[in-house]
Design a protein around this ligand. Structure first.
Ligand code: FMN
Length: 302
């Protein structure tokens, strides 16, 4: 058995496989299918300062090799999380990480500060693909200044590991990653979903209620691998890769491209045990290729 342990800042992961926010609930929903303590880290649903209803239905549609969603960060807010969810998940023996979203630097910072006080949450993942209400709804994560404003505000109020989740809907993702690193991010994760649209041709209207949504699943994988490689070459902090991973071979591509850990999202909907299967598959691959440690394949491209 190869050594699968990895480190993201001062977070210790027993293996590099994590779950992606919004696709694995709070972990508990999957407890009947997967031994949660065997997953390297669980990133729970997007959490905001105040409760959010999410968008109208339909908000998910299948597309070739993927899906579009416009769920819209439906959640009951950080105070509800702390009071009702945290007590249920705090003793799960893995890294329980909260994905934080917001509509202003202040709202991100306030949410992060509340989470900083929770002993059972060793890290947050800051989702910067959220609309900036003061700038006409453009996502913070599509400009260096927007990304910096969030990371800087959160860094002042959050003292544990801060992972910043990057938007792929940009021209030069490496420059955004560098801006986040410069403001004190401990790690970056990528990619969030790619903006897309699908049309019901019989009714001549968009299939999703708000016209567009985020594309995820195998269709996005080559874009994600390229972006992970671009970012890994541009920053010194560890990179977490995701986008379309459903097999161990997919995960190994991301690791070789420069990711220290990976996340699995949409594939959980098809197979709730996919995380453990990917972990076992990575292990078998390392054994069959004579590798003693996962670090032998991280960022190993010639
Ligand atoms: C239904 C759904 C909900 C999501 N919710 C969030 C979220 O709350 N916060 C976030 O940062 N990403 C969210 N994502 C994006 C995923 O975490 C992930 O970045 C993306 O789906 C790409 O990975 P995948 O192809 O493995 O699914 C969501 C994705 C889906 C499909």
């Amino acid at each position: 058995m190869a050594d699968l342990n990895v480190k993201i800042n001062n977070l210790h992961l027993k293996n590099p496989v994590m779950t992606a926010s919004g696709t694995f609930g709070y972990g508990l929903e999957f407890a009947d299918f997967v031994p949660l303590n065997e997953i390297g880290g669980i990133i729970v649903k997007g959490t905001t300062l105040k409760a959010r209803e999410g968008n109208d239905y339909p908000r998910m549609v299948e597309t070739p090799q993927g899906m579009l969603n416009c769920v819209g960060l439906q959640n009951k807010g950080v105070d509800y999380f702390i009071e009702h969810i945290y007590p249920e998940i705090k003793d799960i023996d893995t890294n329980m990480i909260v994905n934080v979203s917001g509509n202003s630097p202040e709202s991100y910072a306030e949410t992060a500060e509340k989470l900083d006080a929770l002993d059972g949450i060793p890290a947050i993942e800051v989702n910067i693909s959220c609309p900036n209400v003061k700038e006409g709804g453009m996502s913070f994560g599509v400009t260096c200044s927007g990304a910096s404003s969030i990371v800087k505000a959160v860094r002042q109020h959050y003292h544990k590991t801060m992972i910043v989740k990057l938007s792929p809907n940009v021209t030069d993702i490496a420059s955004i990653a560098r801006a986040c690193e410069d403001e004190g991010a401990d790690s970056v994760s990528l990619i969030n979903t790619l903006m897309g649209m699908a049309i019901d041709i019989e009714h001549r209207r968009p299939k999703l209620s708000i016209r567009t949504g985020g594309l995820s699943g195998p269709a996005v994988k080559p874009v994600a691998v390229r972006m992970v490689n671009d970012v890994a070459k541009a920053v010194k902090i560890p990179v977490i890769g995701l986008g379309g991973i459903s097999t161990a071979e997919d995960a190994i591509e991301f690791l070789m491209a420069g990711a220290t850990a990976i996340q699995i999202g949409t594939a959980n909907f098809l197979d709730p045990q996919v995380t453990i299967k990917v972990r076992d598959g990575i292990n078998e691959w390392l054994d069959s290729h004579g590798c003693k440690s996962i670090y032998e394949i991280i960022n190993c491209l010639s």
